[in-house]
Design a protein. Structure first.
Length: 635
C-alpha cells in the first residue's frame, strides 16, 4: 500500500529531525547494498544536481565552471568522482585532487571518460591517469599547486573523508584543510552568511565537511567549512550538534528511503509539530488552576529586571496563573505590568528559581544590600528535589527550573524533574563542583560530552544554552536522551534572554504537571519545546530569517527538478519575505516575552493545519509561517 500524503510528510519530518551514528547509518545502508541498489550513483546524481543549483544561484554557468574535487580513497571520494564526472560531462572544467594513495576505480574511470583531470599528492599514490610526486620536494610543489587550483576554483567539492573518520584529519587532508579552511574555532563571519556574495570558491561537502567528528559534533583539528552539505540517506549527529553544525552550511538530505523505525535516534531536534503536541490546549471546563500555576523565585534586591522578565514569560506561556516570591520592590515592579500576578507562596505546578538571584560570591560582595532571603528559599525548594526522597514523594513535588543564582545551591544529587539551564561558564563551574576540571572554552568545544556528563553527575535534566541549544535528559534506558533546538536568531544573545527562557520552561512544565508525574522522561522534550518557543518568539520579534540551525532540505533523487524549482522560486521572493531583511533586526528580551503568545498560537494552529490562515489574520506584514518551511534557502 502506498503511503498517504500525511504519512509521507510525517516520515520526512522524522527524517529531517533525527540523527543516527555512523554505525547506525551503515546498518541502514546494508540492506540496500545487499539488494544491489546503486546508492553511490544515486548519491552522485544528487550531488551534481545540487552543485548545478549552487553555481546557478551564484550567477555562474555550470558549463565552463571551474570545479576542484578533493577526493579520498573511500566511498565518499567515489560519490564525488561520479558527481564530478556528471559535471564534466555537462561542460564543467573538473580537476580531481587525490588526497590518498588510491581512488574509487569506477568513479575514476567515469571521471576520466568525461574529460576530467587527476593530480596526486601522495608520493606513494598509484592512480591511473596521474603520476605520483617523485619525493618530498615535488610533493610540496604539487600541494602548493593544488591549493592554488582550489583558490581559483568556482566550486570545491569536499569528498576527502566519510563517516568512518575518527578524530582529527591527518596527513595531506589535514594540510589542505589547514590552508583552505580553519584550524580551531569557528569562522569569523556574521550569523547570516550568503555564500553567493563571498570572496573565493563555494564549498560543497559530501555527507559531512572534512574534519568534523561525526558522532560527537566537535571540531578536533583542521576542517573545511561548507556552504552546502549534501548528506546521504539520513542525518548524522554532527549536522545537528554544535559546534560542528555551525560549519556545515545549508544541509541537503538525499532521501534514499531508509527504514529507521527500528532505531532510536542518537540526537533528535525539536520541531513545530512535536512542540504543538506538548502544549496544553484550553478546555471548556478549565480553571486558572487546571491550566497550571508557575511559582517564581527570581529577581532580587540587586537585579530587579530578571524577576520581571521571567514573570512576563511565564505569564505569557499558556498557563492560568503565576505566583511571585521575592523582594517587595520587585513584586511591585511586576504588578505594574502584570497585575494578575499573585504574590507569596501557595499552590504551584512548577518552580522557576535563580534568574537574577546573585551567586553566593556576588551576595557576599554586596553586603547587607544583597540579603533578601531569595537564596534561602531556593535552597529549601531544591533540597526537596534531592534524590534521597522516595520516588512517590519526589514525583509529587512540582518540577523545577534552576537558573543562574540557583546553580550554586544544588544538592549533590537531583532527579530528572529538575532542569538546570547553564551557559558554558556556568556549566564549567557546575562540573568543577562535581570533581571535573574544565573551563568554559572546553565546554563550548565539546558541548555534547559535557552536557551528558553534567546529566550523569547531577541526575538532572540539562539545558546548555547556545545558538544551538542542547538538552540532555533521562530516556528510560541506559542512554541519555539528547535533543537540540536552534530555531532562534543570534539576536537572542542579549541581556535578559535567559530569564525569558527560564520562565518559558516553567510554563511548559506547569501545564504538563500531571503527565510529568506519570513519566519523568517527558522533561527533556518539554524543556526542548520551551527552548523552541523561545527561539521562535525571537525570530518573530527580529523579523528575519537567520536561525542557529535550519532543518535540512529534502532532496528526492527521483525528482531533482523539484529541488531546483524550489530554490529558484525562493530566490525570486523580494526581500526574502521578511520585514527587516534576512538577518532581521536587534531585539530586547522583553520583546521576546511579548512575542511568546503569538509563537504559541502559531505552533498550535499549525498543528491543526491552519497556520497560513492564522498568520494572515495577524496582519503584521511579515510571513511568520515561513519559519516552518523548507523554502528558506540561501544558496
Amino acid at each position: 500500500m502506498n503511503p498517504s500524503p500525511d504519512e509521507r510528510r510525517e516520515a520526512r519530518r522524522t527524517l529531517a529531525t533525527s540523527a543516527y551514528t555512523a554505525d547506525m547509518i551503515r546498518s541502514l545502508e546494508q540492506p540496500f547494498l545487499d539488494d544491489g541498489v546503486p546508492l553511490m550513483r544515486i548519491a552522485a546524481g544528487s550531488l551534481a544536481s545540487v552543485a548545478d543549483v549552487m553555481l546557478t544561484q551564484a550567477g555562474l554557468e555550470p558549463a565552463g565552471a571551474r570545479v576542484v574535487l578533493l577526493a579520498g580513497a573511500g566511498n565518499n571520494g567515489g560519490d564525488g568522482l561520479y558527481a564530478s564526472a556528471d559535471l564534466a560531462g555537462h561542460g564543467a572544467d573538473v580537476t580531481v585532487v587525490a588526497t590518498g594513495r588510491s581512488l574509487h576505480q569506477g568513479g575514476l574511470d567515469a571521471l576520466l571518460r568525461a574529460g576530467g583531470v587527476v593530480t596526486a599528492l601522495d608520493p606513494q599514490a598509484a592512480i591511473p591517469g596521474s603520476e605520483a610526486p617523485a619525493g618530498p620536494d615535488q610533493a610540496s610543489e604539487e600541494l602548493d599547486q593544488a591549493l592554488e587550483l582550489c583558490r581559483q576554483a568556482d566550486l570545491i567539492i569536499d569528498a576527502m573523508t566519510g563517516i568512518g573518520l575518527k578524530g582529527a584529519l591527518r596527513g595531506i587532508p589535514a594540510a589542505l584543510a589547514a590552508e583552505l579552511g580553519m584550524e580551531g574555532g569557528l569562522p569569523d563571519r556574521p550569523a547570516w552568511h550568503d555564500p553567493a556574495g563571498q570572496d573565493g570558491p563555494l564549498v560543497l561537502a559530501v555527507d559531512t565537511p572534512s574534519g568534523v567528528d561525526i558522532d560527537e559534533g566537535t571540531l578536533p583539528g583542521a576542517y573545511i567549512p561548507a556552504d552546502v552539505t549534501v548528506t546521504m540517506g539520513a542525518m548524522k549527529p554532527c549536522l545537528m550538534l554544535p559546534p560542528a553544525a555551525y560549519v556545515c552550511g545549508r544541509v541537503v538530505l538525499v532521501d534514499f528511503g531508509f527504514d529507521t523505525s527500528a532505531l532510536v535516534p542518537s540526537v533528535s531536534c525539536m520541531n513545530a509539530e512535536d512542540c504543538a503536541g506538548l502544549l496544553r490546549a484550553p478546555r471548556v471546563d478549565d480553571t486558572k488552576y487546571s491550566r497550571g500555576v508557575v511559582g517564581l523565585v527570581t529577581g532580587s534586591a540587586l537585579y530587579h529586571g530578571a524577576g520581571l522578565l521571567s514573570s512576563r514569560a511565564a505569564a505569557s506561556g499558556n498557563v492560568g496563573m503565576i505566583r511571585y516570591c521575592g523582594p517587595e520592590q520587585v513584586g511591585d515592579l511586576i504588578l505594574q505590568e502584570l497585575p494578575e500576578t499573585v504574590l507569596g507562596r501557595g499552590r504551584v505546578e512548577s518552580w522557576v528559581l535563580g534568574s537574577g538571584v546573585p551567586t553566593r560570591q556576588a551576595q557576599e560582595a554586596a553586603g547587607p544590600e544583597g540579603q533578601d532571603g531569595q537564596r534561602d528559599l531556593i535552597a529549601d525548594i531544591l533540597n526537596r528535589q534531592a534524590a534521597d526522597l522516595d520516588e512517590d514523594e519526589a514525583a509529587a513535588d512540582p518540577p523545577v527550573v534552576a537558573d543562574a543564582g540557583a546553580l550554586d545551591l544544588l544538592p549533590d544529587r537531583l532527579g530528572p524533574r529538575t532542569v538546570l539551564t547553564p551557559h558554558a561558564g556556568e556549566m564549567a563551574a557546575l562540573l568543577n563542583s562535581h570533581g571535573e576540571n574544565v573551563d568554559g572554552d572546553q565546554v563550548m568545544a565539546e558541548p555534547l560530552h559535557w552536557a551528558v556528563r553534567a546529566c550523569q553527575l547531577t541526575g538532572a535534566t540539562i539545558l546548555l544554552k547556545g545558538a544551538i541549544t542542547l538538552v540532555v535528559g533521562e530516556d528510560g534506558t541506559d542512554r541519555p536522551r539528547v535533543m537540540t533546538t536552534g530555531f532562534g536568531p543570534a539576536w537572542l544573545s542579549t541581556a535578559g534572554s535567559g530569564d525569558v527562557l527560564s520562565g518559558t520552561i516553567g510554563a511548559l512544565l506547569a501545564q504538563n504537571a500531571g503527565p510529568i508525574q506519570d513519566d519523568a522522561t517527558l522533561m527533556a522534550d518539554l524543556t526542548a519545546a520551551a527552548a523552541f518557543l523561545h527561539g521562535l518568539a525571537g525570530s518573530l520579534a527580529s523579523a528575519g530569517r537567520q536561525t542557529g540551525w535550519e532543518q535540512p532540505l529534502i532532496f528526492d533523487p527521483r525528482k531533482p527538478q523539484d529541488f531546483a524549482d524550489l530554490v529558484a522560486q525562493d530566490s525570486q521572493r523580494d526581500g526574502h519575505g521578511t520585514v527587516a531583511g534576512p538577518m532581521g533586526q536587534p531585539i530586547r528580551a522583553g520583546q521576546v516575552a511579548d512575542a511568546l503568545p503569538r509563537a504559541i498560537g502559531l505552533v498550535m494552529s499549525r498543528a491543526e493545519g491552519t497556520a497560513d490562515q492564522n498568520d494572515q489574520s495577524a496582519q503584521d506584514g511579515d510571513d511568520a509561517s515561513q519559519f516552518f518551511e523548507n523554502s528558506s534557502l540561501w544558496f
